[in-house]
Write a protein that binds this ligand. Structure first.
Ligand SMILES: C[S@@+](CC[C@H](N)C(=O)[O-])C[C@H]1O[C@@H](n2cnc3c(N)ncnc32)[C@H](O)[C@@H]1O
Length: 306
């Protein structure tokens, strides 16, 4: 088999890890050829102890691991790039971006999570070259210049809007956090017993409180149309989402429906599947009915083609 990398001259971003060199024509990231190829495998597992220690703590009812974000931030940006998360929750995207020396702005409608994210960022040893901030706003207004007027940290273009190199986020999974699935030891029940938040609150602008499924998809579409306006040409957006099984016993293909809706404004480039390999199995349909234990999420990848 031909070695794809043998005729590549290293540039000054080559490293000492034995992973090879950065291609001089690489405009997307700072990865060597070997690192690039590894990051294109269509599934990945992020099961570090650090994530599990935080997963069911007071932080947030539905957070993703910083390792997952770091994997995508390294692939879709170069050092000092600008990252956006319109549903920032506990700030996982911002923390990971900061650790990777990328600038990152989060948006969040729930004041509690805005403050939590800011506290987490403050607790990190600050990289003084890197900008991070969290905007308390409804993500449906992400492409309204007024939303950005008070955000001094981020440079704006003539139209009053900032531009980003990468968007990484995970929206509410419809109203699923509000529905107990009745499992014997569900996370929902465990968190409720411990007095921890089980959903994103009753805020009227919380998209996770929309009951009508089609309306929910459309409102998420508004957010992602806005994100598309803020993405620089040829840059990428990753949306982490699952298909969901409703208590009535059927599956809503949320990931697929959302991929179709977002494809109106951005080009769908495929998915990577985040596998949760060490999550506890629930007993759902046994012994009569097939009910999946959904232990994977779709990381849907879109590109701004303009
Ligand atoms: C799946 S969580 C994001 C979790 C985050 N990725 C993390 O790891 O912590 C979705 C977040 O979207 C927020 N949210 C819901 N509706 C919103 C809206 N209209 N604008 C901005 N944020 C919203 C919720 O409060 C919640 O924190």
């Amino acid at each position: 088999m031909r070695n794809l990398f043998e005729d590549i001259e290293p540039d000054n971003r080559s490293d000492n890890s034995g992973e090879g060199a950065v291609h001089p024509g690489n405009t997307l990231n700072d990865l060597t050829g070997k690192e690039w190829i590894k990051a294109t495998k269509s599934w990945l597992v992020c099961d570090s102890r650090r994530y599990h220690q935080n997963r069911d703590t007071e932080l947030h009812p539905a957070r993703y691991p910083e390792e997952l974000v770091a994997e995508f931030v390294r692939f879709f940006t170069t050092g000092d790039g600008w990252v956006l998360d319109p549903f920032c929750g506990s700030g996982a995207t911002l923390v990971a971006a900061l650790e990777e020396h990328r600038n990152c702005i989060g948006m969040e409608v729930n004041r509690h999570y805005v403050d939590l994210s800011l506290d987490r960022l403050q607790a990190k040893a600050r990289d003084t070259r890197t900008v991070t901030d969290v905007v308390h706003a409804d993500a449906r207004e992400i492409a309204a210049p007024g939303t950005w007027e008070r955000v001094e940290a981020v440079p704006r273009e003539e139209d009053g809007l900032p531009r980003f190199d990468f968007v990484m986020t995970s929206p509410p999974y419809w109203n699923m956090l509000r529905k107990s699935r009745g499992g014997v030891a569900s996370t929902h029940k465990r968190r409720a017993a411990e007095g921890l938040a089980t959903d994103y609150g009753d805020h009227e602008r919380n998209l996770g409180s929309i009951e009508d499924y089609d309306e929910f998809i459309e409102q998420l579409g508004v957010v992602f149309d806005g994100c598309a306006r803020l993405l620089k040409p040829q840059k990428y957006m990753v949306v982490v989402v699952q298909n969901v099984r409703v208590p009535e016993g059927y599956v809503r293909p949320l990931a697929w429906d959302l991929a179709r809706r977002i494809s109106r404004t951005l080009s769908f480039q495929g998915e990577r599947i985040w596998c949760q390999n060490s999550k506890r199995l629930g007993i759902w349909g046994y012994p009569t009915t097939f009910v999946p234990n959904y232990h994977h999420h779709y990381c849907l990848i879109f590109r701004q083609q303009d």
